[in-house]
Design a protein around this ligand. Structure first.
Ligand code: NDP
Length: 323
């Protein structure tokens, strides 16, 4: 038997139940992984509430690190005993062990422990594609990062600075502002009520080539107003709720803007892209350019408490659930 956090109907944190489930056998192309640490991500909330659809009952979670126990037919990239991590669909990571397609696993370098790996794969590979592919950040760019003291946010601040960019972070409290500054944000804006005016002041009127917005509904319009002509809004999350349908003519009116709604799944769908992204991430973490900050841990059995903290904006950096 394994233990898992399962949801039988969409709902609040109380919908998450700690249950016994039979330990699955790895089928062809699959590996059974014993989890040592599980990553908490905002997407887990979207699946729990039903914003993102899944069949039920469902085990939440898209990210974990652990040890390969056994492999099914045809698996060649990992063997039992390998230390591995993943950040991928299908959900099922909130469990003591699970089966998963072996070609979604990445072997961990010796210097990266399980807790760090579980904290960084999803948020770190997200930062990687956002900064290196969706928009290729370069020396001299000024970029805006919403939720700058969050899991993805703290990694983005450090990595963008490492790439030579000036980072403007947006957060909700003074304590988070201090954290964003300590992680590379040159400017921090608290709240988004006067966002475009603040960005105008900071940039001397030039505005921005790119805005990274994971907050969604509450910040979408303000984010568009922070862009220079031909600027790119990267809307990659909905922490405040999904953006309602909008008139695309606004993109013309506000300066021939670009808008993209990317997901990690697309950017890591090909094995080669997954490997390249993980390699890039391991490199900046091992060099010390990006420090993964696990600022909260919870027993996996108490994942509901972790969700409450995340939704109440009480967490900073990354959060790990321990089986
Ligand atoms: P965070 O640690 O960033 O937590 C969410 C943060 O969002 C909060 O701490 C809070 O920061 C901010 N926020 C603003 N408004 C709200 C609100 N109404 N309710 C709750 N939080 C709010 O989470 P993650 O690092 O796990 O994820 C960050 C975002 O990135 C999420 O939206 C997630 O869905 C998205 N994401 C997207 C991916 C993709 O490929 N598209 C992949 C990974 C993550 P503050 O208090 O400072 O405002």
């Amino acid at each position: 038997m394994t233990k898992a956090i399962r949801v039988h109907a969409p709902g609040g944190p109380e919908a998450m139940l700690w249950e016994d489930v039979p330990t699955p056998e790895p089928g062809p192309g699959e590996a059974l992984v014993q989890h040592a640490a599980v990553g908490l991500n905002y997407i887990d909330v979207y699946f729990r509430t039903g914003l993102y659809k899944t069949s039920l009952p469902a085990t939440l979670g898209m990210e974990a690190a652990g040890t390969v126990v056994s492999v099914g037919a045809g698996v060649t990239n990992v063997v039992p005993g390998d230390r591995v991590a993943y950040a991928t669909a299908p959900i099922g990571a909130y469990s003591t062990a699970r089966t998963i397609a072996a070609d979604r696993l990445v072997r961990l370098p010796d210097g990266i422990d399980f807790k760090t790996a579980a904290a960084m794969m999803l948020q770190g590979m997200t930062a990687q594609y956002l900064l290196r592919r969706t928009y290729r950040v370069k020396q001299g760019d000024t970029v805006l990062v919403h939720a700058a003291a969050g899991g993805v946010g703290l990694i983005m601040c450090q990595w963008a600075k490492h790439l030579g960019a000036t980072v403007i972070g947006v957060v909700s409290t003074e304590a988070k502002a201090a954290m964003a500054r300590a992680n590379g944000a040159a400017h921090v804006i608290i709240g988004h009520e006067t966002l475009a005016a603040d960005v105008k002041r900071i940039t001397g009127g030039a505005m921005l080539a790119v805005v990274y917005d994971s907050v969604g509904k509450d910040t979408f319009m303000a984010s568009l107003d922070c862009l220079a002509p031909l600027g790119l809004l990267v809307l990659y999350g909905n922490a405040s709720g999904p953006v309602p349908p909008f008139d695309i003519g606004l993109l013309a009116a506000k300066g021939s803007l670009y808008l993209t709604r990317p997901t990690l799944a697309t950017y890591t769908a090909k094995r080669a892209d997954l490997e390249a992204s993980a390699r890039d991430l391991f490199e900046v973490v091992q060099s010390g350019a990006v420090k993964i900050q696990v600022n909260q841990t919870f027993p996996l059995a108490e994942a509901a408490a972790a969700h409450r903290a995340l939704e109440a904006r009480q967490t900073t950096g990354s959060t790990v659930l321990l089986p």
